[in-house]
Every structure is written in C-alpha cells, then in structure tokens.
Design a protein around this ligand. Structure first.
Ligand code: URP
Ligand code: ZN
Ligand code: ZN
Length: 462
C-alpha cells in the first residue's frame, strides 16, 4: 500500500475551506485531519504550508483531435491531457463524434481508439449526435449503459453537425425517457449562414466579421427554442459555451421557472472580447470560435451568472488550431477559419485570477471548475472534491506565485496562446492523479497511458 501525506495546506472544496492534513492511500483520499493532529506515516510527504490543496480540475468540454473545417484540432489525447495536467486539470470529458451516415457506435469506438493508452489523466466522453434518425435514437440507451450519459446536438453548422427542430425534439424525448442529458450548441445556424453569405458578398472577409454575423440575438433565439423544445420533450437541457448576455437571460428565466436547465460558459468569454477578433491583420483568427467572443460589456453578466448559479460550470471548449497552416485556411474568408481556441491548460489559473480580482470566492472557483462539472456529468464524488473515498486527484496550488501565460511556455500543442503576455497570480505546484504524481514544481512526472476511461452515471442535479 502506497501512502502519501499532504500537510499544512488550506483544503478548499466547493463546500468548505479548512486547514487540514490529507492522507492518500492507494490512489484514494483516505482521511483528512486537523494539521498535526494525527501521527500518520507515509512513503511520500508534500508540505503545503501557505498553499491551497484543491481537487483536480474537471474540464467537461474538450475536443482533442476534432475534425473541423478540413483539418483537425492540433492536440492529441496525449498532448492535450498532459497540458491539462500542467494546468491542474485531472479529468477531461471529450466529445466523441458521430459522422453523418455512421452509427454512434462507430464514432464512440473511434474516440476510444484515439484516447486509450494515450492519456496522462482520466477521461470520459460525451457523444456528438450529427445524424438523428431511428437507428441513432435506438443506440442512445446502450451508450448510456457504457457511461456515455450526455449527448451534444447542434442548432448551428448546417450540413455538418446541424440537427433541425424535429430531430432535436426526438433526441430530447429519448433523453427524457432514459435519463440522459442533452447538451446544446445554441445558435441559429441557417440564419447565420445567410448573414455569412451577405457579409462575404459585401467583401467583409476579416476575422472580426465572424463575431458580427453570429449575432447575440441568434444565440438567444436558439437558447429560447432549445428551452421550449426541452419542456415539450420533458428532458433536461445543458447549454454549452454561453457567451451572450441575452442567451444567459433566457437560461435565467427558465431556471426561475424551476426548469431543469443548466448552462456553461468558458474562460474566453470571461477574459476576451470582440476587441481580440478585431486585432490587426489576420491576428483576429486566433480568437475565432463559436459561439463567438462578444463585446466586453457582456462579461459582467457572465460573471454575475456564475455568482448567482444561473451558470453552473466553466469548461474550456478546448479546440486548438495552429495559427500557421490551420487558422490560415481562412485567409480572405473568415467563414473558413477553423472554429476553436486552446485553453485546457489555462482554465484553473484564469479562474483563480477571477478570485484575485473579486469576481468569485475561492469556494465558487472550486465549485464551477471541479465539483459542479463532476456532478453535472455523473462523476461526483469520485471526482471534483476531496473527501474520504474520492480519487486522489489533488492539486497543491500556490496562490501567491505569478506567471505570464505564453505559447513559449505552455504545453498545449498549438503555436499561439489566446492569453499571450497576460500575467496571472496563482500557479499549480503539484498535481496528483489517483495518487500518482504527474506534475511537481515545474517537472512533468506523469505517464502516457496512466489516464483511465471513466464510465459516468447520469446527471446528479436531477
Ligand atoms: O468554436 C468551437 N466552439 N469549436 C468547437 C466545436 C464546438 O462547437 O464546440
Ligand atoms: Zn459547440
Ligand atoms: Zn465544443
């Protein structure tokens, strides 16, 4: 039996903050006790005085190797999960993709093949359903039994991932019957496509037009429609990557009515804006993602939504494309820029910066980044907290260290940082995944293949 002891830190969970020693046995949290109150012996001791001891982050929205716009997201499961660990995230929930004309099974098998034996930290899958039909609907309960308890549908990207309202309703009915959670990309894709065509015809080809045609009202309209469809179907709903204050207002109104509607936002919408999309030359391409970045004045509403629990989760939507050769596919036509931003390594630090800046409390930081995503997607209390019996996914976090975010020092397989040059206060010092040391004081000590597939139960907020 391997025993690890973490002494003297401030243990922060979503529920409480306590000075405590943490004992780990065989990959699990064995006990917590007042500092020095127990004479525990251990094979390995970490001294965490002056540091936080927090649960490993749970990033419930990543896209390793996603095929998009004629290319692939540049992080593999190997590079992406290693980068996650560097940033204090010890669980990722990635999206397996059903290709049109194929089964869910084929898509899921393909994602298992990409991930198995390659991950530095634990991983699970949601399933993107791009082809809702009788056969796929019949497959959903089987996937649920295999731990794939959430399914993403798209109201955007006609011809690629898009589902029409009838297909959405049928998938929601199936989810309502089986306990699965429908995740929604809520943007009115057909209307956006008209605006894209008109913009290009006017010669508006720069990256900033990506933000202009993907109007906030079209995010809000789709969010409203998704809520109403989920009511008709009697299914819960989780809206991904909420960026517009008008869309958030739709979620808040639904929640005020007591509906089982949930929402996620991402660091890029909290820290970046249309100013970045408008950077000179083609630089704005680095910030092209969907839903798009919004004008800065949307950020206050998102922060408020996180405080009031109208938004429950912050995930990254990590979907990196290199500037050279990938984002450049959209030179002269913004609609050909692959959509997505890197961020899996930066989320815990950026949200800690939000604590420093006064947007969030420490406990709320841990709730939106660890506990709530674990609960939302059926992983709690194995993941997302530090309690006896939980996996020993533990981060020793130095809240006083400063660092400058940069592509020169990050570990994501992408040639730029969306946060280049930004100084943040707080830094990961040590990361344990199921009791094994993955990161310690600037050194990667992890192992490709250590990360295990997690079968998830259903949403624990229902
Ligand atoms: O721009 C984004 N978000 N790319 C990834 C695909 C998605 O819609 O989540
Ligand atoms: Zn999406
Ligand atoms: Zn996504």
């Amino acid at each position: 039996m391997t025993r690890t002891l973490i002494t003297g830190g401030l243990v922060v969970t979503a529920a409480e903050e306590t000075r405590a020693d943490v004992l780990i046995e065989d990959g699990r949290i064995a006990a917590l006790a007042l500092p020095g109150s127990q004479q525990w012996t251990a094979d390995r001791v970490f001294h965490a005085d002056g540091k936080y001891v927090i649960p490993g982050g749970v990033d419930a929205h990543t896209h390793m190797e996603l095929p998009f716009g004629g290319t692939h997201a540049s992080d593999t499961f190997e590079t992406g999960t290693r980068a996650a660990a560097w940033g204090g995230t010890t669980t990722v929930v990635d999206f397996a993709v059903q290709s049109r004309g194929d089964s869910l099974r084929a898509g899921l098998d393909a994602w298992h093949a990409k991930a198995e034996g390659n991950c530095a930290v634990d991983y699970a899958f949601h399933m993107i359903v791009s082809d809702v039909n009788d056969a796929t609907l019949r497959e959903m309960p089987g996937l649920l039994a295999e731990g794939i308890s959430s399914f993403k549908l798209f109201m955007a990207y006609p011809g690629v991932f898009y589902s029409d309202d009838g297909q959405i309703l049928r998938a929601m009915q199936q989810a309502g019957d089986t306990g699965a959670l429908i995740m929604m990309h809520a943007e009115n894709g057909p209307a956006i496509d008209v605006l894209v065509e008109q913009a290009l015809a006017r010669g508006e080809t720069d990256p900033r037009y990506h933000g202009e045609v993907r109007r906030a009202l079209l995010e809000a309209e789709a969010t409203h429609r998704a809520v109403q469809l989920s009511r008709v179907a009697g299914s819960p709903l989780y809206v991904v990557h909420v960026s517009a204050r008008e869309a958030l207002a739709e979620l808040a109104a639904a929640r005020d009515q007591g509906l089982p509607v949930f929402g996620e936002t991402c660091p890029q919408y909290l820290f970046l804006s249309t100013d970045n999309l408008a950077e000179p030359g083609f630089e704005g391409a680095k910030y092209v993602c969907s839903t798009p970045l919004r004008p800065k004045d949307h950020q206050a509403a998102l922060w408020r939504g996180l405080r009031t629990d109208d938004l429950q989760v912050v995930s990254t939507d990590h979907c990196p494309f290199c500037f050279k050769g990938q984002k450049e596919l959209g030179l002269g036509d913004f609609s050909k820029i692959p959509n997505g931003l890197p961020g899996v390594e930066n989320r815990m630090d950026l949200l800690h910066q939000a604590v420093v800046d006064g947007h969030l409390t420490r406990r709320r930081w841990i709730e939106i980044a660890c506990a709530a995503p674990a609960r939302m997607f059926g992983l709690y209390p194995r993941k997302g907290t530090l309690a006896p019996g939980s996996d020993a996914d533990v981060v020793i976090y130095d809240p006083h260290a400063t660092q400058v975010l940069s592509a020169a020092t990050h570990h994501m397989n992408v040639d730029y940082s969306a946060y280049e040059g930004r100084t943040v206060t707080g830094r990961v010092e040590t990361v344990l995944s199921r009791g094994e040391v993955v990161i310690d004081r600037g050194e990667y000590l992890g192992r490709t293949g250590h990360g295990a597939f997690l079968r998830r139960s259903t949403c624990q907020y229902l």
